[in-house]
Design a protein around this ligand. Structure first.
Ligand code: FAD
Length: 372
């Protein structure tokens, strides 16, 4: 059904490139419009859980997974005081059917870009989409005045999507009274591929190695009442991060002390879209369901969206029916995941010692009762 059909994808992030590949593999002729002047991604670490690598394998990237990231061995949740383990999940022996990867975002994007280009996807950089145009064929207008028309438009233009308000007018994003730092530290290769989540009153820190341990990735979240701009590109003095996490385990504070740069951003919450589709235009990835980064599922949901989008369009009679099916198959699951990430924000930051101990005991019990 998609053979020869033209598709426009707005945004060459993880969601946009995966969607472009998914559509091209089903016969669509795809153009990706990306506002950045070049596809260079500054980002840092990203966990790709098995539901995400399942999509990458289905998209034909199974052989490339080794170049994208390193398999995760264990997940440890630790208490900030004395650093003792609250729980430990041995991922290596958990027998997932697909790997769980610790990846550098740039490596995932590079693999998706090269697979998309090999499948015939055209990628236009420096193409800032300004709005939608209607008429016989749906399309988009660019800030430079150009217009692109196609049979279907996928808006994968991220959390601050310009196209989403045209489909699902949403309230302004709300500041969550939390800020986050992210930082990368060069390290000696060979570190155990484990994720550490260390929780404390009003704060938590996630640490894991990247690129075989040559880098250590940190994301550190702190409750803070004030913030100005919603951006995650702001440089901050690492001394602020070091001071906020000074009571964390010694080996962590020693690593933080070596940081020369850190990025700081304010965490904003926007409700998931109530409506994902209008005519032959659909939202995908963060544009539809941006999430707080407390469950490591934002990019993975975008990958799932991309696969289901391709399947739904290829298996339906007409674009409108295919997009309606895509929304119906994705909306409830994404809402659940976004809500679960919100709950983690509360659970990680409990301040009262008695409450924290009870919550940790509950987590340990839940892990023991988990079916193997
Ligand atoms: P984006 O990555 O935001 O891509 C949108 C693209 O659209 C960009 O390239 C942008 O330049 C382009 N664009 C925007 N506007 C326009 C326009 N007008 N015209 C043309 N192009 C436009 N997720 C996980 O699954 N696992 C993790 O471990 C994880 N860790 C994270 C850690 C941090 C610190 C953060 C901030 C997020 C993390 N996430 C994680 C979430 C994940 O990064 C996002 O959910 C994911 O990047 C969303 O992909 P996307 O393609 O929908 O949007």
């Amino acid at each position: 059904m998609l053979i020869g059909r033209q598709a426009i994808v707005v945004g060459a992030g993880i969601g946009g490139l995966a969607a472009a590949l998914s559509l091209a593999q089903r016969g669509a002729s795809v153009t990706v419009l990306e506002q950045a002047p070049a596809l260079a991604e500054a980002g840092a670490g990203i966990q790709i859980s098995p539901n995400g690598t399942a999509v990458l394998e289905a998209l034909g990237l199974g052989a490339a997974l080794g170049g994208i990231g390193q398999p995760l061995a264990a997940l440890r949740m630790r208490d900030f005081a004395r650093g003792r383990d609250i729980l430990r999940m041995n991922v290596a022996t958990a027998k997932y059917r697909h790997p769980w990867l610790l990846a550098h975002r740039a490596d995932l994007l590079a693999a998706l870009e090269s697979a998309a280009r090999a499948a015939g996807v055209r990628i236009e950089t420096g193409a800032v989409v300004a709005g939608l145009v209607g008429g016989g064929r749906t399309g988009v207008s660019l800030e430079d005045g150009r217009e692109f028309r196609a049979g279907v438009v996928i808006a994968a233009d991220g959390a601050r999507s310009r196209l989403r308000p045209l489909i699902d007018p949403a309230p302004d994003p709300a500041f969550r009274r939390q800020v986050a730092w992210r930082a990368l530290l060069p390290a000696a290769p060979g570190a155990a591929p484990e994720v550490q989540l260390i929780v404390g009153p009003g704060r938590h820190l996630v640490r894991y190695p990247l690129r075989g341990g040559r880098l250590v990735n940190f994301v550190a979240v702190l409750e803070r009442p004030d913030w100005a701009a919603e951006t995650w590109q702001q440089q901050d003095d690492p001394a602020h991060l070091q001071a906020a996490f000074a009571r964390f385990p010694e080996e962590i504070t020693a690593e933080l002390a070596r940081l020369e740069t850190a990025h700081l951003w304010g965490l904003f919450r926007r409700p998931a879209a109530r409506r994902w589709v209008q005519g032959r235009v659909a939202l995908l990835g963060d544009a539809a369901h941006a999430t707080l980064p407390f469950l490591a599922q934002g990019a993975v949901m975008a990958l799932e969206d991309a696969w289901v989008l391709g399947e739904s369009l290829a298996g339906s009679d007409g674009v409108e029916a295919g997009l309606a099916l895509y929304e119906a198959r994705r909306r409830a699951r994404c809402r659940r995941i976004v809500a679960a990430a919100d709950r983690n924000a509360l659970a990680y930051h409990l301040a009262l010692p008695g409450l924290r101990q009870a919550a940790h005991a509950g987590l340990r019990l839940g892990e023991r009762l988990r079916p193997g």
